[in-house]
Write a protein of this length. Structure first.
Length: 147
């Protein structure tokens, strides 16, 4: 049914609402997971054009993806990962198409107020442009609390 599932991760507590659900789904359907985090800071958005070095944030994001992939592999899930750079919604759609994913899994998150009003939420933008079904898992209240 779903052979390759793109799992959009935020590198935040909200991922803990999504990961257990998507792990169960992948094991049940024998699906491969493609873990994707989109770094969208200034360095990430200008990385290629300005030939910049990876920022500490990008390095931390890559470590997070690798650690998450290791945990899922230990549970028997086939996993690959990708750190994308730029606008999250645009990059999620690009990677979905390039990697021939047949489902996108995301989690809701706490609103960023002004940012969501001005730029819109990532889920809304992906929802309107997604070439495949979108699975949205609500973030638990505990996941949205600051650490």
């Amino acid at each position: 049914m779903f052979k390759k599932i793109l799992v959009a991760l935020e590198n935040s507590g909200t991922d803990q609402s999504l990961l257990p659900q998507i792990e169960k789904l992948a094991l049940l359907l024998h699906s491969e997971l493609l873990l994707v985090h989109v770094a969208d800071g200034w360095v990430a958005r200008n990385f290629d054009q300005l030939k910049l070095a990876e920022s500490e944030e990008m390095k931390a994001d890559r470590r997070y993806l690798e650690e998450t992939a290791s945990r899922l592999r230990a549970a028997g899930v086939k996993v690959s990962l990708r750190l994308a750079l730029g606008d999250p919604a645009t990059e999620i759609i690009k990677v979905t198409q390039a990697e021939k994913c047949d489902l996108i899994a995301m989690t809701t998150h706490g609103h960023r107020l002004i940012g969501d009003i001005i730029y819109g939420s990532t889920i809304e933008a992906v929802r309107h442009k997604a070439p495949v079904p979108l699975l949205v898992v609500p973030a638990s209240r505990m996941a949205n609390r600051p650490k």
